[in-house]
Design a protein around this ligand. Structure first.
Ligand SMILES: [Zn+2]
Length: 447
């Protein structure tokens, strides 16, 4: 059971995110209630309270202090204390815009070292031979080793010289080295990476002619998979690729589309056919489970599976009507573009799914909606005609969906509003008792 003192930093953190929308004593009372009476997890309680008062749960920071030697390859949020051994700034291009980043090496008292990258110099500017407490950083794999990333949630505090004394003779690996080849798995791909080495099986391939400034060219594209996921690729040269074979691409690069990483390789790339055991095409076509937070870090993902609880149902869920010309949703039979039209009925679900650490919008078309809820378009139409009211149907969707845990498969993209999955498969998840209690609780509060 957490006492008042242990709750205090979390109360402050929630109050910070709510920007005055709730009093600290109310936050404290709620937090105590959720944790100690309802037995919700700390993370879920914090997010729940922020949402309850109309705040953005993604603005909450998540922190956990670790020594450098104990850092995993994929930490979501960590705090570390260390001394900067080296640090350089340089310019890179992100989404076509120049951006200044900083990279270097951090060491701690145990003599462990880690490469770091600062993505926003207004949040952190790390000077050599200086000690820092770095909070809310995260790690990613880089050539099999964790690398520390200081993103836009990071909080950095300079600490006294005597606080961290690095043992003598600690060897400092050279920093930077982005131009060196990076060996990555599919789930590690993110926009703007270059000089990427990746091994995968070609799950599909098609070719088409494109016009380029130097004449007609044949372009090859399809899906490449490994045990961490699937990615769309484009080959700008004829590497004699064959469906089903395992290839290693060297000197490829990543160009994202709406946040979804896509692998490209052309005349500067090499394709090898390694002799190795590799999962079959069938094994590589199944569900690949990733957390929403993990997908968020990559900006999006092609054909992944994730799970979370439905915490909000967006307008336009249930029975809707579309324009027959442009398929836009129409209001009272009037399309914004085409005016009065013979509207076509359709079913759709748009919900917010949250896994306790991150959230995304999930959009389901008719077939997926029918399968998940058991309510068919025909049934919905009949009911709406009978009651002369489409709201009643919306209510039934809400009853079936709100606070329910889901497993969702689809492609996740990102825009100004955050992550959004176009769902291809959805099912209700079986849950343990604790999450059931949480789901029940949020249901009570919504009503
Ligand atoms: Zn229209």
């Amino acid at each position: 059971m957490m006492n008042k003192e242990e709750l205090a930093p979390h109360v402050k953190e929630i109050a910070r995110v709510l920007e005055g929308r709730a009093k600290e004593q109310d936050i404290e009372r709620d937090l105590d209630n959720y944790l100690n009476v309802y037995r919700m997890s700390l993370e879920a309680s914090r997010r729940h309270i922020v949402r309850k008062y109309g705040g953005d749960p993604n603005a909450l920071t998540k922190g956990d202090r670790k020594s450098l030697a104990n850092l995993g390859l994929n930490e979501g949020s960590v705090d570390v204390l260390g001394r900067v051994m080296s640090s350089t700034t340089r310019e890179i291009t992100v989404s076509g815009q120049p951006k200044t980043i900083q990279s270097g090496v951090l060491a701690d008292e145990a003599g462990a070292t880690i490469r770091f990258t600062v993505w926003d110099l207004t949040k952190a500017d790390l000077k050599p031979d200086t000690n820092y407490l770095i909070r809310y950083a995260y790690t990613r794999e880089w050539n099999g080793q964790p690398e520390l990333h200081l993103g836009n949630r990071v909080v950095v505090e300079e600490r006294p010289q005597e606080e961290v004394v690095v043992p003598e003779g600690v060897s400092v690996p050279s920093s930077g080295g982005r131009s060196a080849p990076q060996t990555v798995k599919v789930s590690g791909l993110r926009d703007t990476m270059n000089n990427v080495t990746i091994t995968g099986r070609i799950l599909s391939m098609k070719s088409r002619e494109v016009d380029t400034p130097s004449g007609k060219k044949t372009m090859f594209s399809g899906i490449l998979g490994d045990e961490t996921g699937r990615v769309e690729y484009t080959a700008w040269e004829d590497f004699k690729l064959r469906e089903g074979e395992v290839i290693t691409v060297s000197n490829g690069y990543v160009k994202g589309w709406k946040g979804i990483p896509r692998l490209s390789f052309g005349e500067r790339a090499e394709v090898d056919r390694p002799k190795m055991d590799f999962p079959s095409a069938e094994e590589l076509s199944g569900e690949v489970m990733r957390t929403i937070e993990d997908i968020e870090r990559n900006g999006g993902a092609f054909d992944v599976t994730t799970q979370g609880t439905i915490v909000d149902i967006k307008k336009g869920t249930g029975l809707i009507f579309r324009c027959p010309e442009c398929h836009r949703v129409v209001l009272k039979g009037v399309c914004q573009i085409h005016g009065k039209v013979q509207q076509v009925p359709d079913l759709r679900i748009r919900v917010i799914v949250d896994d306790g650490f991150a959230a995304m919008t999930a959009v389901m078309k008719k077939e997926v909606s029918e399968e998940l809820t058991g309510i068919t378009l025909k049934e919905a139409l009949d009911e709406a005609r009978e009651s002369m009211d489409t709201e009643a149907i919306a209510q039934r969707f809400e009853e079936r969906l709100l606070a329910k845990p889901l497993v969702l498969r689809g492609t996740v993209m990102s825009d100004d509003y955050g992550l959004s999955m176009t769902v291809t498969e959805a099912r209700f998840a079986t849950v343990d008792v604790k999450s059931e209690a949480e789901a029940l609780l949020s249901k009570i509060e919504v009503i």
